[in-house]
Design a binder for this molecule. Structure first.
Ligand code: VGL
Ligand code: ZN
Length: 204
C-alpha cells in the first residue's frame, strides 16, 4: 500500500510479538501475515513507534491467577469488565519479543504496557481504567504528530482501543485493516469496526 505521508504522521505498530503470532500463547489467526505489510509501511513513515505488551508473571489478566476461571472468561475488575487470557507476553520471555521478521530499525520508541499487576492495558495510550496514561499522547504531541496510523494485533483489542484513544486524544486516526488481524470472540471484530467508526477513526 502506498500512502502519502508527511512528517506529522506516525505509524503505530501494535503488539507484533511472538505470543500473538503462530505458535504463541495467544496466537491471533493469520497474525504472521501482517509482518510483511508492516515492514513495507514502515519505510514510508518518518515517525514509527511500536508497542509491546509486557506483563509480570501472575498478571491479573491471566486466567491462571483466578481459580476456577478459563481463558476468554469475562470477570469484573475494579475498573470494569475484563476478558481473561492465557499467560502471555511475560516480561523478558521469548513470547514477549517482537516477531523475528519485523523490521525494528525504523522504530524510534517502544511503549511497553500492561506491566502493572492489577490492571490490564489494551490501549497504547491508557490502561484499562481509562485514566492511567502510558505517556504516548504527550510524546507524540511534543514531537508534533497530528495523525496516527494504527497497524498490528489484535484488531479487536489493542488496535481498537489504541485507535479510539488516539482519536479521543485529538489525533487524526487511521487503521490500516490489511495490516491488522483480530482474535474475534463472539463477533468482536465487527463490534470493533463499528466502535472505531463511531469514534471518528478511518478504516482503510
Ligand atoms: C492483546 C489480549 C491481551 C492485544 C493484549 O494485543 O490485542 N490482547 N493482551
Ligand atoms: Zn496482554
Amino acid at each position: 500500500m502506498e500512502l502519502n505521508t508527511s512528517n506529522t504522521d506516525c505509524l503505530l505498530i501494535i503488539d507484533v510479538q511472538n505470543d500473538f503470532c503462530s505458535g504463541g500463547a495467544l496466537a491471533v489467526p493469520d497474525a504472521d501475515s501482517v509482518v510483511a505489510s508492516i515492514n513495507q509501511l514502515s519505510q514510508q513513515f518518518d515517525n514509527v513507534v511500536a508497542t509491546q505488551d509486557w506483563h509480570p508473571p501472575q498478571h491479573s489478566s491471566f486466567a491462571s491467577v483466578h481459580s476456577g476461571r478459563s481463558p476468554m472468561d469475562q470477570i469484573d475488575m475494579p475498573y470494569g469488565p475484563q476478558t481473561l487470557w492465557p499467560d502471555h507476553c511475560i516480561q523478558g520471555s521469548h513470547g514477549a519479543e517482537f516477531h523475528a521478521d519485523l523490521t525494528m530499525h525504523a522504530v524510534q520508541n517502544i511503549i511497553r504496557k500492561g506491566f502493572r499487576q492489577p490492571i490490564d492495558s489494551y490501549s497504547a495510550f491508557f490502561e484499562n481504567d481509562h485514566t492511567t496514561t502510558t505517556g504516548l499522547s504527550g510524546y507524540l504531541k511534543e514531537r508534533g504528530i497530528k495523525r496516527v496510523y494504527c497497524v498490528g494485533l489484535a484488531l479487536d483489542f489493542c488496535v481498537r482501543f489504541s485507535a479510539e484513544d488516539a482519536r479521543k486524544e485529538g489525533f487524526e486516526t487511521v487503521v490500516i485493516e490489511n495490516a491488522c488481524r483480530g482474535i474475534d470472540i463472539d463477533g468482536s471484530v465487527d463490534a470493533a469496526r463499528q466502535a472505531m467508526l463511531e469514534c471518528g477513526v478511518s478504516l482503510v
